[in-house]
Design a binder for this molecule. Structure first.
Ligand SMILES: Nc1nc2c(c(=O)[nH]1)N=C([C@H](O)[C@H](O)COP(=O)(O)OP(=O)(O)OP(=O)(O)O)CN2
Ligand code: ZN
Length: 126
């Protein structure tokens, strides 16, 4: 039976945000040390026994996160008209990482974004 590998890479970034229209203090500018987890589905291993090298994933993740790190997320173009919630960040990262990593045998499966330990959201497409 064909198997599926789930390759997982975590990273983090620091950024501020405020939630427009939120009834509470999250509408004030405040910061989080965001933690992200990228899950990549691989159906074939290379000659080294890897679905995809962690290093390759980490490089792409770092590059995408560099657009968000030490910013006010509300000022990043993608969040100019939608709130920079964990949900919207997960979808943004899913789309950026899919564009750069997906191949015939490799597919970004799920992105998890944690605002704080124990509070997060994930995005995936069926
Ligand atoms: N589904 C979501 N709910 C909330 C989000 C979100 O992105 N998706 N975001 C927020 C705010 O960003 C808020 O800063 C986070 O709130 P909270 O987890 O309560 O964080 P605190 O640092 O305020 O936690 P305390 O334990 O109360 O100190 C809210 N909801
Ligand atoms: Zn917040």
């Amino acid at each position: 039976m064909p198997g599926i590998y789930d390759i997982c890479v975590q990273d983090h970034f620091a950024a501020a945000h405020s939630l427009r229209g939120y009834d509470g203090n999250c509408s004030n500018l405040h910061g989080h040390n965001w933690v992200i987890e990228a899950h990549i589905r691989c159906t074939k291993l290379n000659q080294l026994g890897m679905g995809i090298d962690f290093r390759d994933v980490k490089g792409v993740v770092k590059d995408v996160l560099s657009k968000l790190d030490h910013t006010n997320l509300n000022e990043v173009a993608e969040f100019g008209s939608i709130n920079p919630t964990a949900e919207n960040l997960a979808k943004f990262l899913y789309s950026e990482l899919s564009r750069r990593l997906n191949t015939e045998f490799i597919k970004v499966q799920k992105i998890m974004v944690f605002e704080s330990p124990g509070c997060g959201s994930s995005y995936q497409e069926i």
